[in-house]
Design a protein around this ligand. Structure first.
Ligand code: AMP
Ligand code: ZN
Length: 136
């Protein structure tokens, strides 16, 4: 379940050192080398899944439970003012490392960081067409 060419496989399994803030049998949580804010961390499964689509359901459930636990601990320890969970899939969505990871990003009132999008302004008809495309 590992990919020999994947850097996050090597980090998650301890073959490459990292600043680890949590580890269990399924996951390692490390500090991001290029943080958006102080404490920015990544949840890495020890098994290789390229993205959310490949993630087994039981691992997906565990990721969210771990994200909640880490966000709670980090908020308490870092005294941050808010928190973003970010998870990118595909190059167009900003994914640069193709081993599933969840970003844990503590936010601070003065962090001057932008994590977001330009809001659109669709009509009710456009929204309804999209709703149908997805749901029906
Ligand atoms: P994404 O753009 O969602 O694929 O996120 C990849 C993240 O991994 C970026 O925030 C990088 O700064 C981070 N990153 C890449 N290589 C390493 C590494 N060796 N150790 C820690 N973080 C890394
Ligand atoms: Zn991997």
């Amino acid at each position: 379940m590992r990919d020999d060419n994947c850097i996050f496989c090597k980090i998650a399994n301890g073959d490459i050192p990292s600043k680890t803030i949590y580890e269990d049998e399924n996951f390692r949580v490390i500090l991001d080398l290029a943080p958006a804010a102080k404490g920015h961390a990544l949840i890495l499964p020890k098994n290789h899944y390229a993205n959310l689509y490949e993630l087994p359901d039981d691992t997906a459930s565990k990721v969210m439970l771990l994200a909640k636990k880490m966000a709670t601990q980090m908020t308490e320890k870092l005294q941050c003012d808010g928190f973003n969970l970010v998870q990118n899939n595909g190059e167009v969505a900003g994914q640069t490392v193709f081993h599933f990871h969840m970003h844990l990003i503590p936010r601070y009132k003065d962090d001057n960081q932008e994590i977001g999008w330009n809001p659109g302004n669709p009509s009710q008809e456009e929204l309804e067409a999209i709703r149908k495309q997805i749901a029906e």
